[in-house]
Design a protein around this ligand. Structure first.
Ligand SMILES: CC(C)(COP(=O)(O)OP(=O)(O)OC[C@H]1O[C@@H](n2cnc3c(N)ncnc32)[C@H](O)[C@@H]1OP(=O)(O)O)[C@@H](O)C(=O)NCCC(=O)NCCS
Length: 169
C-alpha cells in the first residue's frame, strides 16, 4: 500500500459552545467535547484509510483547561501512526481568544480507530510517514501507547509489551 503523510488526514472542526452543551459552571460538558473529538478523529481515520472506521479505544484524554460558554473551539485531528488495521489519532483542542484571535491549547486526546469491511472485519490500512518533528515524536511513542491500551483491555499479555517493559528497564 502507498504510504501517506499525517497531513493528508488532517481534520479541523470549529464550533461554538452553546448553553445546552455546558455544565453547572457554564463550561463545556466533558462528554460533548469527547463527542466532538470522536467525530474529528473518525473523519481523520476515514481520510487515511478510505474505509469504514470504528472507535476501538479512547487511550488518553486530558481536560487541562475548562472551556467557557460562548468559546470558539477548534478540534484538530490527525493520524499519528497506523499499524495493520488500527490507527492512532492525536487530537488537539484549541480555544480562540475573542479579542486577539490567538489560539490557546486547551485539551488533547488520543483515540484508536480500526478500519473494517462491510461485515465489520478489520482490514489493512496504509502505512504512515511522519514529516514534522512533532509528528515524529508522536509516531515514535504510539507503539508504547498501543501496547498499554491492549494490556489494559486484557488483549495483550504484559510480558509481551516490549515497549512498555523498556520504559522500566
Ligand atoms: C475494534 C474492533 C473492530 C476490533 O476487532 P477485533 O476482533 O478485536 O480485531 P483484532 O483483535 O484483530 O484487532 C484489530 C485491531 O484493533 C486493535 N485493537 C483492538 N482493541 C484495541 C484497544 N483496546 N486498543 C488499541 N488497539 C486495539 C488491535 O491491536 C488490532 O490492531 P492491528 O490490526 O493494527 O494490529 C471490534 O472490537 C469492534 O468492532 N468493536 C466495536 C467498535 C464500535 O462499535 N465502536 C463504537 C463504540 S459505540
Amino acid at each position: 500500500m502507498i504510504p501517506k503523510h499525517p497531513s493528508e488526514s488532517l481534520t479541523i472542526l470549529t464550533d461554538l459552545v452553546l448553553p445546552s452543551e455546558t455544565n453547572p459552571l457554564n463550561n463545556l460538558f466533558g462528554g460533548e467535547l469527547l463527542a466532538r473529538m470522536d467525530r474529528a478523529a473518525s473523519i481523520a481515520a476515514r481520510r487515511h484509510s478510505r474505509r469504514i472506521v470504528v472507535t476501538a479505544s479512547v487511550n488518553h484524554v486530558a481536560f487541562n483547561r475548562a472551556v467557557p460558554i460562548g468559546s470558539v473551539v477548534t478540534v484538530e485531528a490527525k493520524i499519528s501512526r497506523s499499524f495493520k488495521s488500527s490507527m492512532e489519532i492525536y487530537i488537539d483542542v484549541w480555544i480562540e481568544d475573542r479579542e486577539s484571535g490567538l489560539r490557546n491549547k486547551a485539551n488533547e486526546g488520543i483515540y484508536t480507530f480500526v478500519a473494517v469491511d462491510d461485515t465489520g472485519r478489520p482490514v489493512e490500512v496504509a502505512p504512515i510517514i511522519p514529516e514534522t518533528e512533532l509528528e515524529k515524536q508522536r509516531f515514535d511513542a504510539a507503539l508504547r501507547r498501543k501496547q498499554l491500551s491492549l494490556v489494559l483491555a486484557g488483549k495483550m499479555n504484559p510480558h509481551d509489551a516490549t515497549e512498555l517493559k523498556a520504559l522500566f528497564s
